[in-house]
Design a protein around this ligand. Sequence first.
Ligand code: HEC
Length: 137
Amino acid sequence: MFTKLITCIVLVATSAGAVIFGFQEERRQIQKDTSPFMKRKLDDSRDIVSGLATENYSLISKSAQDLMLLSHEADWNVLQTDSYLRMSSDFRSSAQRLRDSAHKKNLDGATLSFFEVTLSCVRCHKYVRQNRELKKK
Ligand code: HEC
């Protein structure tokens, strides 16, 4: 079980890394300054991986909470399409499940929710890349 969990965390961490680095590449071409705001998602994700690896539930829940708060801010809404709003709301629900699992000290549940959160990162970024012309000016 433990080995599986570690494998899982490593997988999640690697995929999160891939999303993030891919996206930083993107970002260079776009140049609109939501970047410090957006980068907080990256800090939170790193803290979550670290929290999962060390069973630091307060770090996990604090970072999940921060992700939820970010998704409510105006700077989040770079696009205002139905799909973007739906993906934002899915992201929020996953972050909320992550926070709740951390509160319950449920490591497997938290790992799974973080995986969902990471999937949301990937999906939304893919969508944004494909629909950059819809971005708010
Ligand atoms: C609902 C959509 C959505 C979700 C979910 C999402 N992002 Fe983003 N992200 C964006 C948008 C939009 C931008 C800004 C792109 C732009 O300005 O064109 C962005 C930018 C970023 C950047 C900025 C890159 C840079 O160099 O400035 C990082 C890092 C980032 N996101 C990480 C993440 C991580 C990590 C997650 C998951 C925890 C995540 N994002 C989830 C929409 C999303």
